[in-house]
Write a protein that binds this ligand. Structure first.
Ligand code: ZN
Length: 298
């Protein structure tokens, strides 16, 4: 990780720009609150150095969710500062037990190729379990529910109207490179997109896109990306392929390059699309000769 690029947006809010955007917020008592902690120990070390240079003591990390690029600095920062860590109940389970993430993706105990630092942060202790919506206790901050990408993901709204919106939205460039952006729950993600489209904020800070004042166009780019995956799944399901053949067809059609991590992410995400399309009545599944077959409903 290169040196930190920090943008002061006023009201005691700073945005740390990088592959995963983070927030440094000044609390009423003069301590610092982080929104997410970066990829790994290295990111945590750089954040701490910066806080110390600014004379700020870290009191709390609010994790939007438990993916390693958002809580990877937790363990180092908590060991060094004794800071509190806040997350929703679902995300706390993953922050404290990182093996759950590759297990969720793989659907069982994961092989060593998936027990890597991109899918597993070092474990840290969650001291404050947050409700997915409402004030964050003791802070002038508000948790905003943004489920879909991960099980109990939240955004964080500051008193100055900055909304850190985690991985609910990705940039057009990322969606072009990764046409299947990871989703745990497709229906919840669509609701989150609707919510964000009508959500008042002065500035939206997605973790993997540039901060914007108008969120509408980015919401539509993201909605279109999810629609497209659903359309490809439905198109491929017409001759009622096996699940494996459907997945292979989708990977080929969208030009996705597979490695172990990509396979696990795409596999789990397309399973979520399958569940969504089955629940909405567009697809049906049945078993034949030991294969799960996926077909369009007439
Ligand atoms: Zn992320």
């Amino acid at each position: 990780m290169a040196e930190l690029v920090i943008e002061d947006v006023g009201g005691g809010t700073r945005i740390v720009r990088g592959p995963t955007n983070l927030g440094i917020l000044e609390a009423r008592d003069g301590t610092a609150v982080l929104v997410d902690s970066g990829n790994d120990e290295d990111a945590g070390r750089k954040l701490l150095r910066r806080l110390e240079a600014d004379g700020l003591r870290l009191s709390l990390i609010v994790n939007t969710h438990s993916n390693a690029d958002h809580c990877g600095g937790n363990a180092f920062l908590q060991a060094r500062t004794g800071c509190r860590i806040a997350a929703t109940r679902e995300e706390a389970a993953f922050v404290e037990n990182p093996l759950l993430e590759p297990s969720l993706l793989w659907g069982g105990y994961p092989p060593a190729s998936l027990r890597n630092k991109f899918l597993m942060a070092k474990p840290s202790r969650v001291t404050d379990v947050l409700a997915p919506s409402g004030p964050i206790p003791g802070m002038e901050l508000e948790a905003v529910p943004l489920p879909g990408h991960f099980v109990g993901m939240i955004g964080v709204r500051t008193p100055g109207g900055v909304l850190f919106c985690a991985d609910a939205l990705a940039s057009a460039e990322i969606l072009a490179k990764y046409p299947v952006f990871f989703l745990y729950d497709v229906a919840a993600h669509y609701r989150t997109l609707d919510f964000l489209a009508s959500c008042p904020a002065e500035l939206f800070v997605p973790s993997h896109a540039a901060p914007v004042r108008e969120i509408g166009p980015l919401v539509e780019v993201n909605r279109r990306a999810v629609d497209r995956v659903n359309e490809v799944v439905l198109d491929l399901a017409r001759p009622e392929p096996s699940w494996e053949d459907l997945l292979a067809g989708l990977v080929t059609r969208l030009g996705i390059e597979l490695n172990h991590s990509q396979y696990a992410l795409v596999h789990a995400s397309i399973r979520a699309h399958l569940a969504y399309l089955a629940d909405t009545g567009a697809l049906a599944t049945r078993f034949e000769s030991g294969k799960l077959r996926v077909g369009c409903r007439p």
